[in-house]
Design a protein around this ligand. Structure first.
Ligand SMILES: *[C@@H]1O[C@H](CO)[C@@H](O)[C@H](O)[C@H]1NC(C)=O
Ligand SMILES: *[C@@H]1O[C@H](CO)[C@@H](O)[C@H](O)[C@H]1NC(C)=O
Ligand SMILES: *[C@@H]1O[C@H](CO)[C@@H](O)[C@H](O)[C@H]1NC(C)=O
Ligand SMILES: *[C@@H]1O[C@H](CO)[C@@H](O)[C@H](O)[C@H]1NC(C)=O
Length: 507
């Protein structure tokens, strides 16, 4: 009605338009004035986040020698149960926006902020922290145009992680990570498969191959984070053996040990499990092959991860890991077997199948029972009750390049490092003996902590340095160690728990 009135009077209409144009110009000018400063304040913001977590009262916590002060974490408890802090992406984003404005003011007063470019390092590595390492990284996936049904394009670790994807697809999951999707329909096609880049972030070192100098650089980074153990995925393929031997040879000069993850995703037969164990046994003579001292067995015992272990339930191979089984596979290769679980009842399956422990593997909070941070205190107390090991898997986020609709969304936003922080805090507060990190360089999963570079069409770590997640890892590993030392100091007086030995020993 109002408009109609104005339309009759052309002059007033023109004035109205003029006013709108002026308003738009003013808004644009205001926005342009703010944005150039934003990126420069983000680094400080991140430090403030860390400072706030440790009760530093808003200032940057750092002592003269450049190290971060790390007071022990205090558990927020409700009825004796550890409650992880709430993680709400929207709230976090709103808070970031608010803090930006505040930060602009503080920035002007604090002109000479130390550059923050020098990296903190941990002096010693801990065998309590394990990290998934990919060699080589499967940068590409092959796509067969048109002929492949959409759900057959699902591949990669996520496929192994999600149980409910059809079994036909899963049976190809254990095949080579560099090979493409094998589909029963491909026999009819002559179309050349298309190679497509399979990563949402872009690596600072380019689409690298595992050369010696690259491995040295990676090992140096991992060592500086204080991480002591690498987890390699063992498939027993021909080319793998040579490369892995090289890694095992290189590891001791960086004080690193290496352990393996085998997978029973596509085949749960006894023969297959036996083949996998024999493949791992090939590396067992290496000096850097990871072992932990077992008080119960009075000797050093390897720790082996078993991906998709929960699928061994109700299969003959499952019970074959028990000592009591007449043809126990432990005669071929004995170890502490840590089984991959997803659901609540999987812990019972692990116990029945004589596994020594369990891990959640998928670092997406809320995606499965075991991946849900607030369920970790349950898993820890279950483990404690049955003298098992619970090894929580923490990760900075999860971002696959191609999102296909499937059960539950497992993509997780990094929220500028906060997601990683809450995962670590929850793991540490549960006083576990081991933590594993997914991952150093699983680029296809987008869970890597390795350096990125900004590139059009790819995600990156902005705001923040390209080494941001390596630096955060150093910080959290240090915190984990500190908290464990505190716990051990207290435990000397009472009864030391199996989780509180610091000398690479378990019960
Ligand atoms: C490895 O550990 C030993 C003893 O703990 C230490 O003396 C040595 O400096 C470490 N090596 C590296 C490369 O950090
Ligand atoms: C499982 O692996 C065994 C040993 O390699 C093989 O004989 C068997 O055919 C495989 N089963 C399936 C269903 O792939
Ligand atoms: C565990 O996590 C699930 C979500 O995956 C949630 O529904 C459930 O209530 C949690 N259980 C406990 C005991 O916290
Ligand atoms: C590790 O420490 C525990 C107690 O702190 C002790 O019982 C055990 O013998 C030690 N193990 C080794 C290998 O020194």
């Amino acid at each position: 009605m109002l408009l109609k009135k104005y339309v009759k009077n052309r002059r007033k209409l023109k004035i109205l338009f003029l006013l709108m144009v002026i308003a738009l110009i003013v808004i644009t000018v205001v926005i342009l004035n703010i944005s150039p400063n934003v990126s420069s304040t983000e680094r400080v913001l991140d430090e403030r986040f860390i400072a706030r977590i440790y009760g530093g009262g808003g200032g940057v916590v750092g002592s003269q020698d450049g190290r971060l002060e790390q007071p022990p974490l205090k558990s927020p408890r409700q009825n004796g149960v550890i409650v992880p802090e709430k993680y709400d992406e929207h709230k976090v984003k709103a808070r970031i926006a608010q803090e930006r404005v505040q930060q602009l003011r503080q920035e002007q007063q604090r002109n000479a902020v130390d550059a923050g470019e020098e990296r903190t390092k941990l002096d010693a590595v801990t065998t309590g922290v394990h990290i998934f390492y990919s060699a080589p990284v499967a940068w590409y996936k092959t796509k067969k145009p048109q002929l492949v049904a959409p759900q057959l394009q699902l591949r990669g670790a996520a496929k192994e992680l999600l149980n409910d994807v059809s079994d036909a697809v899963l049976s190809s999951a254990s095949s080579s990570p560099t090979s493409g999707i094998t589909s029963p329909t491909t026999t009819t096609t002559t179309v050349k498969p298309v190679r497509i880049l399979n990563t949402a972030f872009y690596p600072a070192l380019g689409l690298y191959k595992p050369t010696t100098s690259l491995l040295q650089k990676h090992f140096d980074n991992i060592h500086n984070c204080g991480i002591g153990v690498l987890i390699l995925s063992c498939s027993g393929k021909a080319g793998e053996v040579e490369l892995y031997r090289q890694l095992l040879e290189l590891a001791p000069s960086y004080n690193l040990s290496i352990t393996f993850e085998i997978s029973v995703a596509g085949n749960q037969s006894v023969e297959f499990l036996q083949q996998q164990l024999e493949a791992v046994r090939r590396y067992a003579t290496a000096e850097s092959f990871y072992r932990v001292y077992s008080l119960a067995r009075k000797r050093l015992v390897p720790v082996i991860y078993v991906s998709n272990a929960y699928k061994l339930s109700e299969t003959p191979a499952g019970r074959a890991l028990c000592q009591t089984h007449p043809e126990t596979l432990r005669r071929i290769f004995d170890a502490y077997f840590i089984g991959h679980i997803r659901l609540k009842n999987h812990v019972d399956i692990m116990r029945r199948l004589c596994f020594e422990g369990f891990y959640n593997k998928l670092p997406s909070n809320g995606a499965t029972f075991a991946s849900t941070w607030k369920n970790w205190s349950y898993l820890k107390s279950f483990a404690l009750t049955y003298k098992m090991l619970f090894v929580p898997t923490v990760g900075p986020g999860f971002a696959e390049r191609n999102k296909f609709p499937r059960h539950g969304d497992i993509q997780r936003h990094r929220s500028n490092g906060r997601y990683y922080g809450v995962a670590w805090r929850t793991a540490i507060l549960n006083h576990v003996g081991f933590i594993n990190i997914a991952s150093y360089n699983n680029w296809p999963d987008g869970s890597q902590i390795e350096e990125v570079i900004p590139k059009a069409g790819f995600l990156d770590y902005n705001p923040g340095a390209k080494t941001k997640y390596i630096d955060l890892t150093t910080h959290w590993v240090g915190n984990f160690l500190k908290t464990r030392h505190e716990a051990a100091a207290v435990a000397v007086l009472g009864q030391p728990s199996c989780y509180e030995f610091l000398n690479n020993t378990i019960c």
